[in-house]
Design a binder for this molecule. Structure first.
Ligand SMILES: *[C@@H]1O[C@H](CO)[C@@H](O)[C@H](O)[C@H]1NC(C)=O
Ligand SMILES: *[C@@H]1O[C@H](CO)[C@@H](O)[C@H](O)[C@H]1NC(C)=O
Ligand SMILES: *[C@@H]1O[C@H](CO)[C@@H](O)[C@H](O)[C@H]1NC(C)=O
Ligand SMILES: *[C@@H]1O[C@H](CO)[C@@H](O)[C@H](O)[C@H]1NC(C)=O
Ligand SMILES: *[C@@H]1O[C@H](CO)[C@@H](O)[C@H](O)[C@H]1NC(C)=O
Ligand SMILES: *[C@@H]1O[C@H](CO)[C@@H](O)[C@H](O)[C@H]1NC(C)=O
Ligand SMILES: *[C@@H]1O[C@H](CO)[C@@H](O)[C@H](O)[C@H]1NC(C)=O
Ligand SMILES: *[C@@H]1O[C@H](CO)[C@@H](O)[C@H](O)[C@H]1NC(C)=O
Length: 805
């Protein structure tokens, strides 16, 4: 170097010598010669979060700090997204060896910092740029502007060549005489010596054939100007030397377009419809005027290609009103895409734009202008979507979650509130399959059978129709890698089946009861079957004496007469009506959705019923009580004016208020009994016949009610019982051996016994009188009848034994 401006700046000299033992694994370090700079890239995984560099010159070590880099021609960028740190060192940087502007050598140290341990690696790179230097070159780096001009330039037409020829010898002889004067618009600032200028952050250098000027951005002597709507920062330095009779002057103008306003401070460019845009004026400064032609070369990762090649790759280069506008498609090679979460998923793109403009003025003097710019799009919404691919016939929910960027993964999924990790365990009925697309997105297909326990099933009723709805709420948890930042995507899918109605039983009457049959359908599980309010189960059936058989085809239920759940009415000598009802209820609300009611006519020889409204209804077999030739129609109660309502050859039917017809009321501690007797009216009995008969029978009929269930009897004198009474018909034998004092011997007892308490309506329970065999029948509940919703409860117990004479 013929000429050095040294060095008013105290540089930190480190005395530590680099540790040489550590070695750098293959593939971690990349050192390349680019046309105007060294490119050093090191993987962050090797260097740790904050690697440092220091330039080495001779024995001097010069840490490349932010400030020092801007002044001395270094540019260090950490790209966490790419996973590397990049150091660009200009061939004219302060500590680069320069041989004839042709061979450049850069010695530097890389200092890594892993787990608090610093390790220094000594590295070097030598480059010979293949591209010849243009007369004027301007580099707009991210952190500085650098201008170099050939020190021997043919003088522009009309100016004196000698002025330029004189520059170099003049420097060589009296270096200290050189001064610099910065110019801002119309104003000229006070001249500075070169060492003063260096203190202010400016570097002037003279290489073998070039004069170099470098300045950080934002210097006090800089000014901004707007060229075609683009802000340009300019530093205009005039070097001059006054030597006896001649003044030598060199005008150095560094001008670079500045970040577009409104974009994040560190990044530049604007975004429009899938394109990252950046623009710069064709001519940055009037001093670069009289343009004849400009050529643009573009590179995204350091490699420059000519405009047509760039356009083939999708770049758009437009020159409009002397502005060059570059549009880079977001998916262009060399760009970097990153997902990020702010409530929802967003993405942004970053490009390291490298742009070269070649300008030729009217004197055919070429200027090369280079930009290094980091361009970033704003946060762009990156919506993931779900598509319902369900086919009802498959009885399977199929849901596709798509448009998921490469750096996003599905971590978990919540199905109707239940958490599942991905991948699912083999045991689950549902599956999740990843689908990868060529456009660098992927998706997931979720399949959940409708019968999967996580699926919610709901029956909805509208007018007459019922619909069955399956619902699946899906809450996807997606995470952005590598930060594992989560976000959620929620969707609901439903499947509707419309031909759904609650089941209805077939029913047939038999002598001994009612048989119900239900043919099974797949969705019958939506309802449950109840008798009154009790769920029908095999236990309940066993408890009440129902006979149930249940398989996949059908449900059969035989309900014997007098079992729990029957309701009786229309009692006559011919028989009575027994009704049984099966209810079908909604699982969730327990609402009755349908019912099957069957009423059958049954016959019996004897029965007694004690209703809740205080009526006794009796069908009694009088064959034994009557003398031969007696007519049951001529029997009566204790009050002889109370006759039967109906009678045939052997039986009579009485129905009367309990407390009438001469009833005997027996009040016990806990219950009250109304007793009456059926007997053959004396007026019809001839003495001879009466005497001739060995035995005759008095029939005692009685109803017993628990006192606790009678609320109104003693207050308003109206009979109203919570429960039916228990009735009995007792046939008493009368012996002829002692006609005056008849032996009373119970022979047959017919009895009804209510058990549980339940408000009821009459008539409720009654009791058949069947002669042998002996049996007990319990009915714990009387079901709804004729649409009446209130069930009545009671017990009906019959004990029938043989008549002993
Ligand atoms: C440059 O690095 C190489 C190894 O990469 C080494 O062999 C050589 O000695 C180094 N040169 C200097 C001047 O440090
Ligand atoms: C072109 O640039 C000139 C100078 O900056 C400006 O006055 C003019 O409005 C611009 N025209 C268009 C179409 O942008
Ligand atoms: C799950 O199923 C796959 C294939 O059917 C099998 O390879 C894998 O071992 C199973 N995993 C477990 C944990 O059972
Ligand atoms: C990627 O390809 C898939 C499948 O062709 C498509 O569904 C998706 O919308 C595409 N995504 C983008 C961002 O182009
Ligand atoms: C999805 O799950 C997340 C985490 O459990 C929760 O914060 C979010 O509210 C859920 N989204 C919906 C719509 O339920
Ligand atoms: C999903 O697809 C099924 C089957 O095609 C359809 O019945 C249902 O209405 C669709 N929509 C939703 C939101 O589930
Ligand atoms: C009949 O069996 C099916 C299963 O086979 C069961 O789901 C249903 O509850 C059973 N019904 C009754 C009333 O027990
Ligand atoms: C009537 O009450 C008595 C006790 O006072 C009891 O032993 C009897 O079983 C009751 N009768 C009926 C039919 O409830």
């Amino acid at each position: 170097m013929a000429f050095e401006f040294c060095l008013g700046v105290a540089l930190l000299l480190s005395v530590c010598s680099p540790a040489k033992s550590d070695y750098i694994p293959d593939g971690v370090l990349h050192m390349e010669c680019r046309d105007r700079y060294f490119m050093i890239a090191v993987d962050l995984s090797f260097t740790g979060e904050e690697p440092r560099f220091e330039a080495v010159e001779g024995t001097g070590l010069y840490p490349i700090t932010e400030q020092y880099a801007a002044k001395c021609g270094y540019s260090v960028s950490v790209f966490p997204l790419w996973g590397h740190v990049e150091l660009r060192a200009s061939y004219f940087s302060c500590h680069t060896g320069n041989k004839d502007d042709e061979v450049f050598t850069f010695n530097f140290n890389l200092i890594t910092n892993h787990e608090e341990k610093e390790v220094t690696f000594a590295l070097n790179k030598t480059c010979s740029p293949s591209l010849p230097w243009s007369p004027r070159e301007v580099t707009c780096e991210e952190n500085y502007m650098e201008v170099s001009v050939r020190s021997e330039v043919p003088c522009p037409s009309g100016t004196k060549k000698e002025d330029w020829d004189a520059v170099k010898p003049a420097h060589s002889s009296t270096t200290s005489d050189w001064q610099v004067m910065f110019q801002r618009a119309e104003e000229q600032l006070m001249p500075l010596t070169l060492s003063e200028a260096r203190k202010r952050g400016y570097v002037f250098d003279l290489t073998n054939g070039r004069l170099v000027f470098r300045t950080p951005y934002g210097q006090p002597d800089s000014f901004s100007t707007e060229v075609n709507g683009v802000l340009v920062e300019v530093v205009h330095a005039t070097l001059f030397s006054r030597q006896s009779w001649v003044v030598l002057m060199v005008d150095l103008v560094a001008a670079c377009s500045m970040p577009v306003l409104g974009v994040k401070s560190t990044d530049e460019g604007s975004y429009d419809n899938g394109y990252m845009m950046w623009e710069t004026p064709e001519a940055l400064h009037p001093l670069v005027s009289g343009l004849q032609d400009t050529q643009v070369n573009i590179g995204v990762d350091g490699e420059l290609v000519e405009q047509p090649v760039a356009e083939e790759r999708g770049y758009i280069v437009e020159k409009d009103n002397t502005t060059v506008q570059i549009s880079i498609p977001c998916n262009a090679e060399g760009g970097y895409r990153k997902s990020t979460v702010t409530d929802d998923l967003f993405e942004f793109y970053i490009f390291n734009l490298y742009l070269e403009q070649i300008l030729v003025d009217e004197d055919q003097v070429e200027t090369r202008l280079r930009f290094h710019r980091k361009l970033a799009t704003p946060l762009l919404p990156c919506p993931v979507f779900t598509a319902n691919q369900t086919v009802l016939e498959e009885r399977l929910f199929t849901v596709y979650l798509g448009n998921i960027p490469e750096d996003v993964e599905l971590a978990a999924v919540q199905l109707n509130g239940q958490d599942f990790t991905i991948p699912f365990t083999n045991a689950s009925m549902h599956t999740m399959t990843k689908v990868v697309h060529p456009n660098n997105t992927h998706g997931y297909t979720l399949k959940v059978p409708l019968d999967d326990p996580v699926v919610i099933q709901q029956v909805k009723f509208s007018k007459a129709d019922a619909v069955l709805q399956y619902r699946l709420d899906i809450n996807y948890t997606l995470t952005v890698l590598p930060e594992n930042e989560p976000f959620y995507h929620f969707t609901t899918v439903t499947a509707l089946f419309t031909d759904v109605s609650p089941p209805v039983f077939d029913a047939i009457c038999s002598e001994s009861g009612i048989s119900f049959k239900l043919d099974r359908r797949p969705f019958d599980y939506l309802w449950y079957i109840s008798i009154g309010s009790d769920l029908l189960t095999s236990e309940l059936a066993a408890q009440h004496g129902y006979i149930m058989s249940n398989d996949s085809q059908s449900l059969l239920l035989d309900v014997p007469l007098y079992t729990h759940g029957y309701e009786y009415k229309d009692i006559s000598l011919k028989g009575f009506l027994g009704t049984f009802e099966i209810l079908v209820r909604d699982h969730e609300t327990s609402e009755v959705q349908s019912s099957t009611v069957k009423t059958c006519l049954f016959t019996t020889s004897e029965l007694i019923m004690c209703s809740t409204d205080g009526r006794m209804t009796v069908v009694a077999d009088l064959s034994l009580a009557m003398p031969s030739g007696g007519i049951p129609a001529r029997t009566n109660l204790i009050d002889k004016y109370c006759g039967p309502k109906e009678a045939d050859d052997t039986r009579a039917l009485f129905s009367f208020p309990l407390n009438s017809c001469g009833a005997i009321v027996k009040l016990g501690k806990e219950n009250v009994t109304y007793q009456n007797e059926i007997s053959y009216s004396k007026k019809y009995l001839s003495v001879s016949k009466a005497a001739s008969e060995d035995t005759t029978e008095k029939i005692t009929v009685q109803c017993t009610y628990p006192l606790a269930g009678l609320h109104r009897l003693f207050s308003v004198h109206r009979f109203e019982s919570d429960t039916v009474g228990s009735g009995s018909i007792v046939h008493n034998a009368r012996s002829t051996a002692d006609p005056q004092i008849p032996t009373i011997k119970p022979t047959t007892a017919l009895q009804t016994t209510p058990a549980t308490k339940r408000p009821t309506r009459p008539p409720i329970a009654f009791l058949p009188s069947v002669r042998p065999p002996v049996r007990y029948i319990r009915v714990t509940r009387v079901p709804n009848f004729n649409g009446m919703r209130k069930g009545a409860e009671g017990t009906l117990q019959t004990k029938v034994s043989a008549v002993e004479i």
